[in-house]
Design a protein around this ligand. Structure first.
Ligand code: UT7
Length: 335
């Protein structure tokens, strides 16, 4: 058995900033409502038609690989988490292999929405610990803006989400006291429809059904979220899965140097912070600038925190996520 460690981090967000005031010009919303309920001031939306979930992921990945001190030829495996893939199939993992001109390494796509990066890191951790692979690239990337209902009808969802990408390289670590200590994954599929995009899917509505019906009131291809229900579950599951990770490693909340919660809603992060009695500098949030970037939110936040010198050797760093599925999880790291 080896240990595994995050050796490189990178992120990329599109240049185009969309403020709350910008949104209030296209739908019935206000800066005040959005900030009060979510903490978000602005988010990024792609405005270059050639930019995709994969192309942003590739940009983040290049930075992460370089910072790991590696070459793309050193990467043994790719894991790509997204809910907004370039194509219905194949997933973006193989597009990264192509666009980075890598060897024919394996590429795995993760469909766990907001928990996608945590699930991806957990899978990478197991492969590296078992000795199967030495360096794994884990990417979380999303283009939400092209799939949102940017009218008043969709405002409860559309104001929250933003575009962006983050990446990490997970590498073999010989020192058993350092690196990823454990990961903890959960799901509860009975709530699958509480946060979902139903179409296009083979279950209820395929593309041909949408085209046939030409129904201007069809909302099946826009995200649906039962906001308050999701919120209530999120605060409970975040807390549980962080505690599960701490207990597994005989740690307590005071041991957390930095908690990186999935950036779902600033109010959720604040609830969790309060519950664990954490100080402001023990929790990193950037939802104010990027909104909720789903699978990309943790790697973007972790990279930013690392760039600002907030992650130091020996620190206990906790990643935690909750989202559609429902799925949730945590990763406990000794940096
Ligand atoms: O990352 C995946 C996990 N996602 C989450 O964790 C998100 C969890 N949920 C939330 O963050 C919150 O539920 C929201 C921020 C999405 C919504 O906040 P809320 O306090 O639950 O609002 P609500 O949906 O109960 O709506 C309250 C009111 C409604 O009006 P009425 O019925 O009281 O007249 C909505 O129509 O706010 C209205 N509303 C808006 N008003 C202005 C909903 N969206 C907007 C908007 N601007 N964008």
């Amino acid at each position: 058995m080896y240990n595994s460690k995050i050796t490189g981090l990178g992120y990329y967000v599109p240049d185009h900033v969309v403020t709350n005031d910008d949104l209030s010009k296209v739908m019935d919303t206000t800066d005040e409502w959005i900030q009060e309920r979510t903490g978000i001031k602005e988010r990024r939306h792609v405005n270059d038609p050639s930019e995709t979930t994969t192309s942003m992921g590739v940009k983040a990945a290049k930075i992460a690989i370089e910072r790991a001190g590696l070459d793309k030829s050193d990467i043994d495996f790719i894991i790509f988490a997204t809910l907004s893939p370039d194509y219905y199939f194949p997933g973006p993992g193989v597009l990264v292999q192509r666009d980075l001109e890598m060897d024919t390494v394996g590429a795995l796509d993760v469909r766990n929405q907001c928990s996608g990066f945590v699930y991806g890191v957990s899978v990478a951790d197991q492969y590296v610990k078992s000795g199967m692979y030495k360096n794994i690239l884990v990417i979380g990337s999303e283009v939400h803006s092209r799939g949102l209902d940017m009218t008043t009808r969709g405002r409860a969802v559309s104001v929250i989400f933003g575009d962006g990408a983050g990446a990490a390289v997970i590498s073999r670590e010989e020192d058993a006291s350092k690196g990823i200590l454990s990961s903890h994954l959960h799901s509860e599929g009975r709530h699958a429809e509480e946060l979902t995009v139903i179409a296009p899917g083979m279950g209820k509505r395929w593309v041909t059904d949408i085209l046939r019906d030409e129904d201007p009131n069809d909302e099946s291809y826009f995200p649906y979220m039962n906001g308050q229900f999701v919120f209530k579950n999120a605060v409970v599951r975040f807390s549980e899965v962080i505690m599960e990770g701490l207990q597994k490693n005989k740690l307590s909340p005071e041991d957390i140097a930095l908690l990186i919660p999935h950036q779902a809603n600033l109010r959720i992060s604040q609830f969790v912070q309060k519950k664990f009695g954490l100080a402001d500098d023990q929790v990193y949030n950037n939802i104010v600038s990027y909104g909720n970037t789903t699978a990309a939110s943790i790697p973007i936040a972790l990279t930013e925190a690392w760039e600002k010198g907030k992650v130091k050797e020996g620190d206990v760093v906790v990643l935690a996520a909750f989202g559609s599925g429902f799925t949730w999880g945590s990763v406990i790291i000794r940096w």
